[in-house]
Design a protein. Structure first.
Length: 317
């Protein structure tokens, strides 16, 4: 069975995705031997920053194996193309294939949301929850997916957008204008409104830092999504290594190999997001009174989680 872009949208239930993501990220961080995820292969194709990525994983506990193969061509539209395949780990049978663009968009945004729940919402008062402000930086595929997932799962008081390509920000603003009362475009990243923001999602392919310590308020939570090579980065060193900042990653192993911000700043990694699941003490230690950064590079087990939701939506129907 093949799930195209629209059937991925239709069948990928976000609550189910969040539940399976928490489980696999937690088991990954506990080094559960039933979950195997080798470091992905990222093959440069030429000198134009095009890549072929291959991401396998096996979950013997849930009985599945998954592999995502994608191309990353930033000068093409869309940048990411490819396929996710899910197999039965007992029989070896292929269970489904699915559009990797939509799975990547949704599962990345859902992983950022999970980190936001853990690192930001858990320390907020009810009053804060009613007045929270979200900023999306970079309004292409990931920017759209982050706004979609973050507004489906939480009621934001204000949303701000910024994109190097202003038309992308205007398009995203128009898409949500009837649904969100306050959705505004920032004039630049020194705009004072960025200082009001409680949660920032950076979703660009930038190779230069876009945000530093002075542009944001202390205590902000940032999901830094864009970089996945040592040259790429969205956050400046002063923000990464500030004593008020704690950096959390999806995988220490992957982040130290791929995340430009971490490699260049040599920032300390406080935890993997999976370590924070069901660990109130560590969560408090990392998030209270702190600016928190969740730096993701993307893991095969996140694609696995999405493929399982699709498969089980059909088999349980
Ligand atoms: N962490 C994760 O799990 C994942 C991360 N990504 C990364 O997230 C980023 C966004 O993904 P897509 O929206 O699919 O990519 P895309 O190529 O469609 O959009 C990238 C956006 O970044 C902007 N951009 C590039 N350089 C910039 C700069 N110097 N300053 C400001 N803006 C700049 C472009 O104008 C474009 O709007 C990509 O870098 C991608 O590699 C994508 C999928 C998963
Ligand atoms: O699928 C992922 O994970 C990706 N991570 C970094 C950019 C390309 C896709």
């Amino acid at each position: 069975m093949y799930f195209d872009e629209s059937s991925v949208k239709q069948y990928l239930s976000l609550p189910s995705l969040l539940e399976i993501l928490s489980d696999v990220l937690h088991r990954y961080s506990k080094h559960d031997p039933s979950l195997q995820q080798p470091i992905r292969s990222v093959l440069p194709i030429d000198d134009r920053q095009n890549f072929l990525l291959n991401k396998p994983c096996i979950d013997l506990h849930r009985g599945y194996m998954c592999v995502k193969t994608i191309t990353y061509f930033p000068a093409s539209s869309p940048t990411i193309d490819g396929v996710v395949s899910l197999f039965d780990s007992k029989t070896g049978r292929l269970l489904l294939t699915a559009d990797a663009k939509e799975i990547t968009a949704q599962r990345t945004a859902a992983t950022s949301f999970l980190a936001t729940q853990l690192l930001a919402f858990s320390k907020w008062t009810d009053d804060k929850k009613n007045h929270a402000c979200l900023t999306i930086i970079g309004c292409s595929v990931q920017g759209h997916a982050h706004l979609e997932v973050f507004t489906q799962l939480f009621k934001w008081n204000k949303v701000y957008l910024w994109s190097r390509n202003v038309k992308n920000a205007i398009d995203l603003q128009s898409k949500y204008a009837s649904q969100l009362k306050h959705i505004e475009i920032l004039k630049d990243l020194n705009d004072i409104r960025l200082q009001e923001t409680d949660v920032i999602c950076t979703c660009t392919g930038s190779e230069q830092a876009l945000i530093g310590l002075k542009q944001v308020k202390k205590g902000v939570h940032i999901n830094a999504v864009g970089s996945f090579s040592p040259k790429m980065r969205e956050l400046a060193d002063d923000l990464m290594i500030s004593e008020d900042t704690n950096v959390v990653v999806d995988s220490r192993e992957s982040a130290m190999k791929e995340a430009g911000e971490i490699i260049q700043s040599k920032a300390n990694i406080a935890a993997e997001v999976g370590e924070l699941v069901n660990n109130e003490v560590l969560l408090q230690e990392i998030s209270q009174q702190k600016t928190t950064i969740f730096k993701s590079v993307g893991l095969a087990i996140e694609d696995l989680a999405a493929a399982i939701v699709l498969h089980e939506s059909k088999t349980n129907a």
